[in-house]
Design a protein around this ligand. Structure first.
Ligand code: PLP
Length: 401
């Protein structure tokens, strides 16, 4: 196989069609750029849904991985290994928390957080057995397991996958009164994205997250922040919750924690909460493996410098300044976001999100549409201002703005 068309035809012939990728076949990548099998270069404005915050082929992360590959890659949790303690200590410290429970994918970490909250509800809060309730928001995206799709409001994600896991209540995102009305004595947790990524980079109204924090504290309910996509630098802070001065009870992390090299996720919380687990009650063969810990330790070291948070804040201000005029010009209906992260609702006169993504692809820029009319802009945080401006120029071009 040599041409993109051949690769795509073979992929379509032999893989389940659970994705609808743009017609580009990537062969190599570095920094914010990807090169396809035909040698064409593309500016990556998606960054693997924020799994690639530190760029493709980041030298520090590759070196950390390479060094660890030569030492030991997997022990299972049947034995200790010499990167585990550092990883847990340093991740807990980065989060200002006490304990870490490592997993691999985001969905596994969300599942872990759900089990954690239920256990806390029964053992600490005193909820009668089998009655624990977790409140989530409409429009959420927390992953793809049967339990997680049980509380999705996206028909595509849910249909045909029942029977659904009970124990969840859904309230509108950003509506504090609705949340307050839904909390009862059996409520063990509120699970939220501090900014909803898949929904189109929805930022809740100011005061919402602090309101959730106060409500959950007053009602003895855990506040679980799913920062899998919003966390680790994307919004200009280590955590999106920080913009509102909020510290949740539980962080759920993933995506960028693996540096775009390996899947690494984790639940991070207090001793009171995560300290409840006993051997045999939860786990994962690959969770917390030496390679994952080595890469994540380097990610944590990079985040400690604050350099990428600052970059995301500064370039993010620039991005939003550049995008705002598109709304006034009529090409775009709305722009939302924070830091180097934007959801752009395309005016129907310019085509839907998929059409705009395909036109951008033809001009050397990679983005992904969501929910029909929206495209997401979330470049690797290593992107240069010049490259970002070049990409934005292409966007204006395809929108005729
Ligand atoms: C991507 C994502 C997940 C799921 O992560 P996977 O690694 O794909 O399982 C969960 N929550 C949020 C907010 C996400 O963006």
């Amino acid at each position: 196989m040599t041409s993109p068309e051949e690769f795509i035809a073979a992929a379509e012939a032999h893989s389940a069609h659970n994705y609808h990728p743009l017609p580009v076949v990537v062969a190599t990548a570095e920094g914010a750029w990807m090169t396809d099998v035909a040698g064409r270069r593309y500016l990556d404005l998606l960054a693997g849904y924020s799994a690639l915050n530190f760029g493709h082929g980041n030298r520090r992360l590759l070196n950390a991985a390479r060094t660890q590959l030569e030492r030991v890659t997997l022990t299972s949790r049947a034995f200790h290994h010499d990167r585990f303690a550092d990883f847990c200590t340093q991740l807990a410290e980065l989060c200002g928390m006490e304990l870490v429970l490592p997993m691999n994918t985001g969905a596994e970490a969300v599942e872990t957080a759900i089990k954690t909250a239920r256990k806390w509800g029964y053992r600490v809060k005193g909820v009668p057995d089998g009655r624990a309730k977790i409140i989530v928001a409409g429009g959420n995206f927390h992953g793809r397991t049967t339990t997680i799709v049980s509380f999705s409001t996206d028909p595509e994600a849910r249909a045909d996958f029942g029977p659904y896991t009970p124990g969840f209540a859904i309230v509108p995102y950003g509506d504090l009164a609705a949340l307050e009305a839904a909390v009862d004595d059996d409520t063990v947790a509120v699970l939220l994205e501090p900014i909803q990524g898949e929904a189109g980079v929805l930022v809740p109204p100011p005061g919402y997250l602090p309101g959730v924090r106060a409500l959950t504290r007053n009602r003895n309910v855990l506040f679980i922040a799913d920062e899998i996509q919003s966390g680790l630098g994307r919004t200009g802070r280590t955590f999106a919750c920080e913009h509102e001065g909020v510290v949740p009870d539980v962080y759920v992390l993933g995506k960028a924690l693996g540096g775009g090299v390996v899947p690494v996720s984790a639940v991070v919380s207090s001793r009171e909460v995560l300290g409840l687990f006993r051997p045999g009650e939860h786990g994962s063969t690959f969770g917390g493996n030496p390679l994952a810990c080595a890469v994540a330790l380097e990610v944590i070291a990079i985040l400690r410098t604050g350099e990428f948070q600052q970059r995301a804040a500064e370039l993010g201000d620039h991005l939003h300044r550049e995008l705002a005029p598109l709304v006034d010009g009529g090409a775009v209906d709305a722009v939302r976001g924070r830091g180097l992260w934007a959801g752009v609702d395309i005016n129907p006169s310019r085509g839907d999100g998929r059409a705009v993504s395909e036109r951008l692809l033809a001009r050397g820029v990679l983005v992904k549409d969501t929910h029909g009319a929206t495209i997401r802009i979330a470049p690797p945080l290593v992107i240069s201002k010049e490259d970002l401006d070049w990409g934005l120029g292409r966007l204006r071009g395809v929108l005729g703005a």
